[in-house]
Ligand binder design. Sequence first.
Ligand SMILES: *Cc1c(COP(=O)(O)O)cnc(C)c1O
Length: 350
Amino acid sequence: MKILISEENFIHNINFLKKKYDRDILPVIKANGYGHDLKLIVSLLLKYKINQCVVARLSEALEILNSLSIPKDFKILILESISEENFKYILDYPQILSTANSIGDILKLLENKIPTTQIQIKIDLGFGRNGITTDEIPLLKEIISKENTKFSGIFSHLFSVPYKKGIELINIFENILNTLGKDRFSMIHLQNSLGISNYGTIPFTTHLRPGMFIYGFYEDGAYEKNLKKVFSLKGNVTAIKNIKNIDYLAYTPKEKLKTTSENIGFVKIGYGDGFLKSNEGSFVKIKDKFYKILLITMDNTFIEVDENINIGDEVEIYFDFDVTKKHLKINICEFLPILSSRIPRILGKN
Ligand SMILES: *Cc1c(COP(=O)(O)O)cnc(C)c1O
């Protein structure tokens, strides 16, 4: 099996969003680029001169910096606070942008002489997750007023609040910007994919911060019909067995299999690849028809096939994310990133 990553569709999505909303894009590539492969996605960003991206953790930024040759003007924003003992990495790598998620964070960053051009400030608009709260803004203003260089950026997160509440939060954020001085910040960003589809272009922002949208999928009310799926998971039927006179399939006794099908196709993917056992009962696509997944073991998947299917035929798994989502009862953002590195990701048309 292999995961084909469509370079064409990925770049289409970024350019489409950029053009439609007239804003620069900060592609979110955390969680192995939502399962698409961190390094492969970064190599595409580099190729197309998209010079910034977002990850959740320092470990993700270091994976990029240690394995690829990253120019100094390529910026990697790390959303989580970096602990003081790891500040050396920020000083070593000018590509790293750190986030101040609290007043304590910003004081520590400045105390340790982290350049303001490598600091972004996260504002908490009332979700209590992380960020500097609205009542701390006077204190924040006092702290940043002492610096005479620009900060890399300021941002917040809208989450999935009702539309009107979101408008309120956008206004609160704008007031904060005016209080602190908009010109102190190079990047201003608020919107993930849902935020983009709900609020479009927000006048005072400089960037959009989509994850799902750049990979061409969406869920939970986010919608943008012109995006194209980047991912496809494909392989071949490696064997076909008639199980009429067989007692066991893998370790499962035949009477437990609950199948009337006599012909079983083998595919080399299993839960050891992050292909969850709960995919049993769902479907794969072979020659434009759907075939049921009978059994998943650590390394193999067994499919109920018919006489139209031959060894070598192409099998597509997760051919429709919404079908999988309904079957597994988990989000697309949950089942994609867990696909393991045992499945190679390569560039190719999907
Ligand atoms: C994950 C994340 C995003 C991207 O969200 P999508 O819903 O995938 O667009 C944006 N901003 C923050 C702070 C995130 O944690």
